[in-house]
Design a protein around this ligand. Structure first.
Ligand code: XMP
Length: 326
């Protein structure tokens, strides 16, 4: 029978056997999946694991600081933070196609991990064991929706599955590959991770890069970061965090509409709110949020975020819409 204890025991043993005395790195994204995967691998191989947090510039407000603080405090893991904003933004320049964005982001992640790998080996000196393994928090739905399951269509390339480059030199460790999100949360809890990490709403590895419909630029990211922070703040203030699965906030950068703000005409961009409820992200329904909360978010975003003159609500279930817009 399935218990979190069994899963942990089984994986710890398998990981120890696979890794031996060598080393592994784990990409941390701030989300539940990578945090649980890291904690599990840490339990198996301890200090042979180094976590790498890639700040790709596509993170939400405050996210980097949260990883640096919360996760390290909870696990005592060795953490390497890499500032890779310029690298990612340069690679994404001029790209609007969602799948192309996903592949670029997946590839750049790996390039940064390779660099980190070389640095970790160099720091360990001549006696250092090689870093041969990359830990990823891939879940069962990521595999299925990237076309890795049997008989399924490729819906979108999750950055850690279909978005991986072909010349990957790491061997992968993916201890959550057979699990759904609720099971991952239970495993995380059993491993002693704090509630703030285990109950965190999902956030995709490619970050805000797939929440800007159109080209990704620093200016647009800053704008979306502001709008997203407002939405999150108001949802939390209304006590709705546990009622919704997640609420992507999307910038329609290629769309403009006419508005009137202050005493003049504006020609700005719409922001889309996409609150959903779901059990496992494979299907979802749009959340019936209270009108007052929606009104507050809308007023604040149009008042506080430059260049945004309209807020719209996505009332599409999955299917036919996916949760993220790209
Ligand atoms: P979709 O948009 O496919 O999303 O309905 C399903 C769930 O997966 C998340 N998501 C991702 N997570 N890397 C991730 O780590 C990705 O590339 C990725 N794409 C989507 C999404 O936020 C939702 O929870």
């Amino acid at each position: 029978t399935w218990t979190t204890g069994n899963v942990i025991e089984e994986q710890v043993e398998a990981i120890r056997e696979q890794v031996g005395t060598r080393r592994a790195i784990c990409g941390l994204s701030g989300g539940v999946d990578s945090a649980v995967a890291a904690a599990l691998v840490q339990r198996a191989i301890g200090s042979q694991l180094t976590c790498v947090y890639v700040d790709h510039g596509l993170m939400r407000k405050g996210e980097t600081e949260q990883v640096e603080k919360d996760f390290v405090a909870a696990t005592g893991v060795q953490l390497k933070v890499v500032d890779a904003e310029e690298r990612f933004l340069t690679a994404l320049q001029g790209v609007s196609d969602p799948e192309e964005k996903r592949k670029i982001i997946g590839r750049e992640f790996i390039r940064v991990f390779e660099q980190a790998q070389a640095e970790i080996v160099a720091e360990a000196g001549a006696s250092g064991e090689p870093v041969e393994f990359l830990v990823q928090g891939t879940l069962y739905p990521d595999v299925v929706e990237s076309g890795g399951g049997t008989g399924t269509a490729n819906i979108k390339s999750h950055h850690n599955v279909g978005g991986l480059p072909e010349d990957l030199e790491f061997q992968l460790i993916e201890p959550l590959r057979k699990l759904f999100k609720d099971e991952v949360r239970m495993v995380g809890q059993e491993l002693g991770l704090p509630e703030e990490i285990v109950q965190r709403q999902p956030f995709p590895g490619p970050g805000l890069g797939i929440r800007i419909v159109g080209e990704v630029t620093k200016e647009r990211l800053d704008l979306l970061r502001e709008a997203d922070a407002i939405a999150r703040e108001e949802l939390t203030a209304a006590g709705l965090d546990r009622d919704i699965w997640q609420c992507p906030v999307v910038l329609l950068a290629d769309v403009r509409s006419v508005g009137v703000q202050g005493d003049g005409r504006t020609y700005g961009h719409p922001i889309v709110l996409r609150p959903v409820s779901s059990e496992d992200a494979m299907t979802a329904d749009w959340s019936r949020l209270p009108y007052e909360v929606l009104a507050k978010i809308s007023t604040r975003i149009t008042n506080e975020v430059r260049d945004v003159n309209r807020v719209v609500l996505d009332v599409t279930s999955k299917p036919p819409g996916t949760i993220e817009w790209e």
